[in-house]
Design a protein around this ligand. Structure first.
Ligand SMILES: Nc1nc2c(c(=O)[nH]1)N[C@H]1C(S)=C(S)[C@@H](COP(=O)(O)O)O[C@H]1N2
Ligand SMILES: [Mo]
Length: 505
């Protein structure tokens, strides 16, 4: 059985034809990358979006729990594979036609036209599709050329093969490197200084509020480099301010489309807001804070006169992400177009995202394009995949650093967050939970939905089981009962075994 496929192939196509088709497919993908870069005009990008949409929920849930971030790598490898396969098939058609007609150039031309058509259809970018079509055409024509002058042709072919091999290797390495380093945002702000002076002043003020922590953890405001990133797709939408608009639709008295310019006319505020992903581990680092500039959503919502029976809304985005939650929560929301005093970076939703106070990260839709008022509850993207992540966040105290100080004391530190319930206290035990002491806490940031930093220093004995837990502003103790992040967010107390001998100086 396992020989049938190779045998069928070898009967239909010569080995040289298969080699050249694979080369043509590879240089086609590389060529598309060369002209489009790591954007949505790259042939792999729309295929990736389709793979993301079509991957069954159970598989996505399984990947998140078992392979985590590597899930993105698996998606992209599949998408690369599909793009390659399409162009290889096109090249094979060209090669067969060339052989039957005995006209290599015609075969190359046909493969070129076909790959142009397919790439243009996939990416909706006819001009850039030439980047894929050109190399496919050349390689198909060369592959189809008869070996009339064997010596001459062979060496030429060999040179071409090695050249193409090197090119595709470089192309693929760049792609994989970008993925692994997460550096797939073509136009994220290069200059990280806040352009907005009001925000710069605010950030300086707040900087003084950060605790003096020896360990290397974020301050009260996460930098662009620190701020976590969670996307359903591997390619971020690339939208200009002019391209963007937000439509209020569905069960409304009056539909309305809001442009970026309209938003700028509205009262502008700077808000400190913390985001936390429901999918993160108990002591994970998908928890960050920024100062966001934007406008409250409520006045806009009132103007469209919502008539939703379920009192609920579906928010939709340019990457086909969607999430549904109560209007109650949406009303407290904020439309943001700046982050830490700069235009929203592409990876965080450029040009406009929504921020929903106190709710899990998934409600904070990036590249927001539509708010649809519903009559009946519907599942969002993550809820279709088994998550329950649209409600308020769980309370958590993180233990993000443990450092041996010069005075011989141990410092443990981290951040604590309880959404709009706020953090009242963080207590630390160094004896596995028998006795507890309050940690030092940073002064609260201005804002309704922000974390606090905590720090605790103690004189170490032989070994310690350090446990931390937070008490929220309503007096509730963080739940001790442990659960994994799927489906409603991790719970339990973070703990860590610490032995002073482990800190070499
Ligand atoms: N359009 C869109 N919005 C989205 C997502 C997404 O994949 N697409 N991910 C959500 C999730 S799960 C989280 S935790 C936050 C992360 O925001 P960040 O990437 O700015 O940190 O964005 C939310 N908004
Ligand atoms: Mo998330």
């Amino acid at each position: 059985m396992k020989d049938i496929v190779p045998r069928a192939l070898s009967e239909e196509f010569s080995r040289a034809e298969v080699v050249f088709a694979v080369l043509a497919g590879t240089v086609g993908v590389a060529g598309s990358y060369a002209v489009a870069g790591y954007t949505r005009q790259f042939i792999v990008a729309p295929i990736d979006a389709m793979v993301v949409r079509l991957t069954p929920g159970e598989i996505v849930a399984f990947m998140i729990q078992n392979v985590g971030e590597q899930g993105h790598l698996i998606h992209i490898i599949i998408s690369f594979g599909i793009a390659m396969a399409i162009l290889v098939a096109v090249a094979l058609v060209g090669l067969v036609i060339a052989r039957r007609l005995d006209r290599p150039v015609a075969g190359g031309f046909l493969a070129g036209i076909l790959s142009w058509g397919v790439t243009a259809a996939i990416t909706t970018e006819p001009a850039l599709a030439i980047g894929a079509a050109g190399p496919v055409m050349v390689f198909t024509a060369v592959g189809a050329a008869p070996l009339s002058e064997p010596e001459h042709d062979l060496s030429r072919r060999r040179a071409l093969v090695s050249g193409a091999g090197a090119l595709s290797f470089i192309g693929l390495s760049v792609g994989v490197d970008r993925l692994i380093t997460g550096n797939n945002d073509s136009d994220d702000n290069e200059d990280r200084q806040p352009a907005n002076e009001e925000v710069a002043a605010l950030m300086n003020e707040v900087d003084e509020q950060s605790l003096d922590i020896a360990g290397d953890i974020p301050g009260l405001v996460s930098t662009f480099e620190e701020f976590y990133n969670v996307d359903i797709a591997e390619f971020d939408p690339d939208l200009s301010v002019e391209d963007w608009s937000l439509t209020f639709t569905g069960e409304v008295g009056e539909e309305r489309e809001v442009t970026f310019e309209d938003l700028q006319e509205l009262p502008t505020e700077h808000r400190f807001v913390t985001l936390r992903c429901v999918g993160e581990d108990l002591n994970g680092q998908k928890l960050d804070t920024a100062v966001w500039t934007g406008t409250p959503i409520k006045p806009l919502l009132e103007e469209v006169d919502p008539r939703s029976e379920c009192e609920c809304a579906m928010l939709r985005a340019e990457d086909d992400y969607f999430v549904e939650f109560p209007i109650d929560a949406l009303e407290d929301g904020f439309l943001a177009w700046e982050m830490n005093g700069q235009a929203l970076p592409q990876s965080h939703g450029h040009p406009v995202r929504v921020l929903i106070p106190g709710h899990w990260g998934e409600t904070n839709v990036k590249w927001l394009s539509k708010i649809e008022l519903l009559n009946e509850e519907m599942d969002g993207y993550w809820e279709q995949r088994g998550w329950h992540g649209t409600g308020p966040v769980n309370t958590v105290a993180k233990l993000w650093s443990d450092t041996m100080l010069e005075n011989g004391n141990l410092e443990v530190a981290g951040h604590a967050y309880a959404g709009t319930r706020k953090i009242d206290r963080v207590s630390v035990s160094t004896d596995g939970g028998d006795t507890w002491t309050d940690a030092e806490l940073s002064d609260p940031l201005p804002g309704e939905d922000v974390w606090r930093q905590w720090r605790y220093e103690f004189e170490p004995d032989e070994s310690h089981e350090v446990v931390v837990r937070a008490i929220d502003g309503e007096g509730n103790l963080q739940t001790e009962e442990e659960s994994s992040s799927f489906p409603r967010g991790a719970s339990g107390w973070v703990s860590k075994s610490i032995n002073p001998m482990d800190y070499s100086s």
